[in-house]
Design a protein around this ligand. Structure first.
Ligand code: TA6
Length: 288
């Protein structure tokens, strides 16, 4: 464990030539690197590492809301603004973790947060890294309350790209989406791949579990696999919106693209004692 300049603990997972840095503020992965590729996640030069701010970049964990759905609480939920704890002995998680380096983090409901979201929960996140640099995030959310609750959960994944003009997303063709820039009107993706030349803010609903983000200039593709998460949110703020975001440089939109595994369009409902699981896996393909 190391501490950042505001005293918030960070830890680094290392496996072979790959590494991932995790801040306990938000249980947020803020760096993901391999020797061959260098950094793969975007982190704003203006990012603020001080609660209650969320860190602009990496993979913020958005829970229990995306936007302010019902409570008028913090945008995209409070989980990304809280300090999580390391859990030494979490309940058993199925899967093969033998060759992986991982950490388990935990966020529990608090009296303070119950004022904006009055439900008792336990949110466990395992972040793991393989020797080939595959980054895997598994969320388990448990209802420890006496009544049902519903939530949204998003891995708000800021990928670092060479130049937004050089990037395309494959795997979303023919999929339905809601356009947040057009009052959530519903469309079908028409293109063979998704490219960028203006602001984009969409929710692809109940869509494919695998998409590829191809970066022509960097000659690499990030493969995003989701499991248990029906939707994918795609966001780039472009020029005008970027200027209104205090912790994002005016031109930084050119180097970032958010492609988020998400459960957002239809909130997940858990009965007392039930647990939900949602996974995100990020891997890299290099082209010559
Ligand atoms: O769909 C992605 C989105 O909700 C955008 O509308 C945009 O506001 C973005 O997330 C970032 O939100 P944030 O609260 O992190 O500034």
């Amino acid at each position: 464990l190391v501490k950042d300049k505001n005293g918030i603990p960070q830890l680094i997972l290392r496996n072979n030539d790959a590494s991932a840095t995790v801040s306990l503020l938000g249980a947020q992965v803020i760096s993901w690197k391999t020797k061959v590729t260098g950094e793969l996640l975007f982190l704003s030069k203006k990012a603020i590492f001080k609660p209650p701010n969320a860190v602009r970049g990496g993979i913020p964990i958005c829970f229990p809301e995306f936007k302010t759905r019902e409570t008028g609480g913090e945008n995209h939920g409070f989980a990304r603004n809280r300090i999580w704890v390391i859990e030494e002995n979490p309940p058993h998680l199925s899967g093969d973790f033998k060759e992986k380096v991982y950490v388990d983090l935990l966020l529990k409901s608090s009296k303070e947060d119950a004022k904006i979201w009055p439900h008792s929960f336990e949110f466990r996140l395992r972040i793991s890294l393989t020797a080939l640099g595959i980054l895997d995030l598994t969320s388990r959310i448990r209802n420890v309350d006496r009544k049902n609750f519903s939530f949204c959960m998003v891995y708000h994944t800021y990928l670092l790209v060479s130049d937004i003009w050089e990037v395309r997303i494959e795997g979303l063709e023919t999929q339905y989406y809601l356009d947040n820039l057009l009052q959530k009107q519903r469309f079908t993706e028409q293109g063979a791949s998704l490219t960028f030349e203006s602001e984009v803010d969409r929710i692809y609903t109940d869509c494919n579990n695998v998409v590829a983000v191809r970066d022509h200039y960097k000659k690499r593709t990030v493969i995003i696999r989701k499991d248990g998460l029906p939707d994918i949110v795609v966001w780039n703020p472009w020029i005008k919106k970027s200027k209104s975001i205090a912790d994002l440089g005016d031109k930084e939109y050119q180097q970032m693209l958010c492609v988020d595994g998400a459960a957002v369009e239809n909130p997940i409902t858990l009965k007392p004692g039930e647990e939900w699981k949602g996974c995100l896996e990020l891997s890299i393909l290099l082209s010559s």
